[in-house]
Design a protein. Sequence first.
Length: 265
Amino acid sequence: MKLAFSTLGVPGLPLTDVVRLAATNGYHGVELRAHPEEPVHPGVGARERGDAVAAFRAGGVEVVGVAGYARVAEAGEDGPVVDEVHALVDLAHDLGAPYVRVFPGGGEQGPGKADAHAVRRLTAAAPYAEERGVRVLLETHDSHRTGAAAARVLDAVRRPGVGALWDVMHTWLGGEQPSASYAALGPHLGYVQVKDIAGPDDTVPLALGAGVLPLGECVEVLSRGGWDGWLCWEYEARWYASAAPLSGLLADGRAHLGRLLNEAA
């Protein structure tokens, strides 16, 4: 498995510094948060996109994915949501990234309506993603935080341009064991977001291994299943002012993930 981290942990940092952090701490890739606060998002032009590609190429670091904020299960019209997904796909294609992250965002509609919205919109976006060589990944999050909930949608879509992003915190908070999450998501899995927290009532991000999330079990399940994709550390510093700076944690986090991979092997 290859290791990456998300720029959510270093919000607004120039890309040259992001690449340097990845390269000097032994990470193979970076997930780019695609938000207007960041250097690269769907609103930037060809020059900024080309500069980003050049920066990552020079550092020998890959762009794993574009973490967007489209909510495919939310109430409302389909058109704006599909257009937002297409714009994220274009950005990922231009950056050479294989994946786009989207959220469910079903709110209080109930699973039937939320699932129907998500299936319809992901099915509509899939052909464009496939043409561009990109997979749109539905993250285990909010209204569909478990693997079982996300799989209800993905099993209905069944397109190569659509898959799953397993956020191990949300499946754990949803009461799902790693083996059950992988069983549901495995046929669709794009990559995996790892993180650590103190508990269900304290989700301030911690150094990997310092909290309660079953990271070792998740890595073991993935290894036993023969999965060999990306593990991406999503350190949610953007949302927690009290979180320690990610830059000082990256080396130890890389070492911790390395130990888990060795143990699983």
